[in-house]
Write a protein that binds this ligand. Structure first.
Ligand code: SF4
Length: 328
């Protein structure tokens, strides 16, 4: 039986951290067992925001794939490829741009949000407005059935479905309308309590050794109201406790951490030691695997070469069908 196809991508804008591990890669690892997964390095998408300094995009492409492999993604089960090596995506994007109303792009919530939030870059560009349409081309060119997304990305999948419908209505039933595979992600705060992000300098990277992880967790922000060891704390407002939810078994959280914290029975340092006891056996092997794989970057390039050729076959076929349907 042919497996249904899943497509997802990541921008090569830096090494991956725990937020990516639990926000995407863990899910991708499970999906590759059931679906025909296509995972791609979205380097053109990186240019939509980092166009002024794309100097590290190539290097980060390898770094990100090393992180994927270290997290357990398997190129024998899934297809890994690089977007910019497949000009078919760009051609389909161009063809879509002919019939996509401007209003569809202007109303995508991330368009306005990111223009307001990212103040150190000028995002009033044609590429930035059009990136959800490029995403639609990325998805539709593989006739993906599912796109794993968080709730904030659902409008992008909806746009993709609208583009597919419009194409199929105007020309011929060629494209497959994908469904969003809605995934609930745990909250992964950075060491300063804000969202984990490379740009906040608060991230725990997949490449961090157990020593580096320990050095980052020890000074991590806790419940800000718990100033002294004798003050009771509140795990609900503590970023360390958010990490406990990911690593520490529920029984130990309920029997040891919560009562210990709320009665000042345990100190924050004890609490972080318990977190490390559970986190390091998960994160340690990932960083070890990564270090091992990083010794052979040519092997990573070979994986990308092979995956890109596999992807090219599918992309060419769909583009051929699209062009003869238009016909062009
Ligand atoms: S004891 Fe643990 S959960 Fe409570 S405030 Fe300290 S670090 Fe947070």
């Amino acid at each position: 039986m042919t497996r249904k196809r899943v497509l997802s991508g990541m921008r090569p804008t830096g090494r991956l951290h725990m937020g990516h591990l639990f926000g995407a890669l863990d899910n991708w690892r499970k999906l590759q067992e059931t679906y025909d997964c296509f995972f791609f390095i979205a380097d053109w998408h990186a240019l939509t925001t980092d166009y002024a300094d794309p100097s590290q995009v190539k290097e980060y492409t390898i770094e990100v794939v090393l992180d994927w492999l270290a997290a357990g993604l398997d190129p024998r089960k899934a297809t890994f490829f690089v977007q910019s090596r497949l000009p078919e995506h760009a051609e389909l994007h161009l063809l879509f741009s002919m019939f996509t109303p401007l209003a569809w792009l202007e109303r995508v919530p991330t368009y306005k949000e990111q223009q307001e939030q990212i103040t150190d870059k000028d995002l009033h560009t044609y590429g930035f407005l059009g990136y959800p349409l490029l995403q639609a081309a990325d998805i539709l060119i593989y006739k993906a059935h599912y796109v794993p997304v968080g709730i904030d990305q659902v409008p992008h999948v909806e746009l993709t479905r609208e583009v597919a419908r419009r194409f199929n209505f105007l020309y011929k039933e060629v494209l497959v309308e994908p469904d969003a595979l809605l995934t609930e992600f745990p909250k992964i705060p950075g060491t300063d309590g804000r969202k984990m992000s490379k740009s906040y300098d608060n991230a725990i990277f997949l490449s961090d050794t157990p020593e580096a992880v320990t050095a980052k967790i020890k000074p991590m922000i806790t419940d800000p109201a718990r100033k002294r060891r004798s003050d009771p704390g509140n795990p609900d407002v503590c970023p360390v406790y958010d990490l406990h939810k990911v690593f520490t078994p529920a029984g130990e959280r309920e029997k040891v951490i919560v009562p210990g914290c709320t009665s000042a029975g345990i100190g924050c340092l004890d609490c972080k030691q318990i977190l490390l006891k559970h986190a390091l056996p998960v994160l340690g092997p990932v960083s070890e695997r990564r270090a091992e794989l990083a010794r052979d970057p040519d092997a990573v390039r070979a994986i990308l070469d092979d995956g890109t050729e596999r992807a090219r076959k599918v992309a060419r076929e769909t583009l051929g069908e699209v062009k003869s349907a238009m016909p062009i």
